[in-house]
Design a protein. Structure first.
Length: 305
């Protein structure tokens, strides 16, 4: 359990057309894609999904120092993180996807690492008690490595690793043996990082959104997402999606109050948010904010000695 939490901590559509009066042509036979693809593990939408572009974040003028601070803290607190190879694998990746379903104590989870350094080998990654991964007998074209009895790493080739835990481990083994060709679990729109979370999951994490002063924001909340945008401006875009129009209208009013409070100086100190814009369309309330230097400076100093 502890090993899994460490890994998770570091590390969440179709169109049919027809025209004319004649009978439609026969459907082409489905062809199973050649080779396993990482998105095949997303059989159902996870309760929480985090997507990060570590290499791009590290190069970003605003978020780069914050990322280095977070990695420093992770290395200080975990020998697994500081161990040879694992930190390199995460930090140098083109993309990392972390997905979690179930309650906070559940071991079920998925981590995808794309663009892993070509010279890294799972069996050479060392933890505090020896190698983190051991090779298992190969039953398909996808090599599998185990960490204990509940976590596996699958090497899909093309510098792509998938770490699966709990119930997701068996599912991953099955889908990689019989690839299905599922679509991506999110749209790539240039975000440096994306967090997407189911409404009930967010309310469990933030109880004030259920019964507290932020209650109108949490009432009938279906899902929420947060994006870090590139451009060196510290842009943060948050969308709250509701199940009905009335709930979204009440949420908009509360979010405007929150945005105003966070972007106003308090007790002689500068605000946490430099600016914020709240818009409401249909059942979605969007908050576009610019993170203030005060918050960025605080995050950069975390873990500094």
């Amino acid at each position: 359990m502890r090993r899994l939490r460490t890994v998770l901590a570091m590390t969440a559509i179709f169109t049919v057309a027809a025209c004319g009066d004649s009978a439609p042509p026969p459907a082409a036979a489905w062809k199973t894609p050649e080779g396993a693809r990482w998105q095949d593990v997303f059989i159902t939408a996870p309760d929480m999904l985090l997507m990060v572009h570590p290499a791009e974040l590290s190069r970003d003028s605003v978020y780069g120092p914050v990322v280095k601070s977070a990695l420093r803290v992770a290395a200080q607190r975990s020998a697994h993180v500081a161990s040879y190879g694992m930190l390199d694998a995460l930090q140098s990746c083109e993309m990392v996807v972390v997905a979690k379903s179930g309650d906070n104590d559940s071991v079920d989870g998925i981590i995808v690492l794309r663009g892993v350094r070509a010279d890294l080998d799972p069996v050479r990654i060392a933890g505090d008690t020896g190698p983190m991964w051991r090779a298992l007998p190969q039953h398909s074209s996808v090599p599998e490595y185990a960490n204990g009895s509940d976590v596996s790493l699958f090497d899909l080739g093309a510098r792509t690793w998938v770490v699966a835990a709990g119930a997701r481990r068996g599912e991953a083994r099955e889908v990689f043996a019989h690839p299905f060709g599922r679509p991506l679990p999110f749209e790539e729109d240039g975000a440096l990082a994306l967090l997407r979370i189911r409404g009930e999951t967010l309310l469990d994490i933030a109880p004030r959104m259920r019964n507290g002063d932020l209650g109108p924001v949490g009432k009938h909340l279906a899902a929420a997402s947060i994006e870090l945008r590139p451009g060196g401006e510290g842009a943060l875009v948050t969308d709250f999606v509701y199940r009905d129009d009335e709930s979204s209208a009440f949420a908009e009013s509360t979010l405007r109050d929150v945005a105003h409070a966070l972007s106003a100086p308090r007790d002689g100190k500068p605000p946490w948010i430099a600016s914020a814009e709240v818009t409401h369309q249909s059942r979605t309330v969007e908050v576009k904010a610019k993170i203030a230097e005060r918050l960025l400076d605080t995050l950069k100093k975390v873990g500094a000695r």
